[in-house]
Structures are given as C-alpha cells and as structure tokens.
Write a protein that binds this ligand. Sequence first.
Ligand code: FE2
Ligand code: FE2
Length: 299
Amino acid sequence: MTTPSRRTTRDQVAARLLGGSIRRSHNSLVEIDWDAPQDPDLFYMPPETISLYGTPLWEKMSHRERVELSRQEVANTFSRAVWFENTLNQGLLRTMLYQDPTSPHVHYALTELGDETRHMVMFGKMVSAIGAEPYRLSRLQVLAVQAMPFLYRGLMLYVAALCGEEVIDDVQRKYLAHPGLQPIVAQTMRIHIAEEARHIRFAREGVRRRMQTAPWWSRTFCATANGAAAFILDKMFNDKRAYERCGLPVREAVRQAKANEYNRAGRRAAFADFREFLEDNNLLNVVSRAAWRRYGFLA
Ligand SMILES: [Fe+2]
Ligand SMILES: [Fe+2]
C-alpha cells in the first residue's frame, strides 16, 4: 500500500520528468540524416573501448580492420539494447495494470515507454545505416529473455532499469567525448544520453522509495539478481560473432579480449557510479559482487 506522502514524492518526481520530456524529446527518424555518407576511416566507437584495443592481435590489424571491428561491436551492443529495452517496456506495462491511470507517475512511465520504443527504432536504423547485420537472439535466448519481465516487479523493475541504463550511459558518454567518431553514431548517442538521463532519475527515485518498504526477501533478491546484469553487459560489449565477421581467429580473440587490461579498466570506470549507488542502497551482496568481479566490472 502506498502512503500519501510517498505517493506525493513519487508524483512530484514524475511531474518534473514529464516537464523535461515536453521540453526535450527527440525523434531520430527526422533528426538524423541516415543516408549521410560515411567516411570509411572513421571509427564507429572510440578505439579504446573496442574489446581488442592494445592486444597483440590489435597490433597486427590494419586501420581499416580495426574500423570494421568497431562497426561490428557497436552493432552488437545496440542490437542487444533493443531487446533489453523491450523487456523494460514489458515490465512497465505489466506494473501499470495495478496503478492509477490518472497519476503523473503512470503518465511518466508511459512517456518513458514512448522514449524506449523510439530508441528501439533508432538503434535498428543505426545498425542498418552503418551497414552491419544485426546480432539476433537465438530461440533459446529468446526464451530466457522472455522470462525477464516477469521478474521485474516492485523494486526489481527499477533495479533492472538501472542495470541496463547506468553502465551503458557511461560508455555512451565516452563515445560523445571522442571527436572523430562516425556522425551517425555520435548523433544517436547524443539523443540517447539526453533521454536516458530522465529514465535514470526515475529509476533511482524508484529504488530509493521502494527500498523503504520492500520486504527482506525482495531486497535480498534484488541485491543478488543485479549480478546477472554483469553477464548480460559482458555479452553486450563482447560477442565472438563480431570476431567471426571480421575474419579474426575467434578463440584467440576471445582469450586476448578477456585478458585485456584496457577492457577491465574501462568496465570498472563505467560501473563506478552505479556501484556507489548500489552500495549506498545495500544492493550489493557476496553473490552479485562475485558476478560483477568475474566480468571485470569490479577489481
Ligand atoms: Fe533507451
Ligand atoms: Fe531507458
């Protein structure tokens, strides 16, 4: 049961975010010139964020081969972002069935859903515009992904949203800080960062509020289950199919990427803010810490 004061805070935050959505929302279909020519020498992601950057294999690659790997890895990350946003939207819609359709909180959740559907179009357009094949889920993976929205209830909905949004947000800011990136990717990142800032505020407020009333088993579940995000993010950043498509020796590339200290340092930096938030809210435990550590997000 939501008490009046908790409801007031929740709706005040939602009303503020609705105001922000009115002032600043984007439609990539009209704002990005998808047909603009692409310079074949420009990277699709900052080289230091590519999984093989600085490895012996990297040293043997030509500039154009490195650019191709950047195209494949960016296509992997944002193909996966599409299904992740799909699961969040399902979680928001299911939760809404229990909520008051006249409340600012529900109106903001619907606005966020609209943002995410536009992001899904934008990422699909981007992968196609940069000339990459999308990275699709296998049938088995679809089954696993379909289970996710069923777990997004109460506190877990907000924790899951942050798991998908916080680390990626940090990585995207690195993209934007890189001066010579492919313009289509840079424009996509600019739109996504602007709109995700609101989503992160919404989910952070949701976590803080829900933590005050969530039962112990829900808090324990969330503190444990967020570790699964480390596994998913690992796949978002590093899929061996990208090496196959670039004609690289796959097993060797996987081995070198795993041992790559640039990768691990990048992951630790990208996780730092979110880690602090999880710690402040008692949402890291021995299991989730081990998972984040295993995939290089924690030292
Ligand atoms: Fe998004
Ligand atoms: Fe989002």
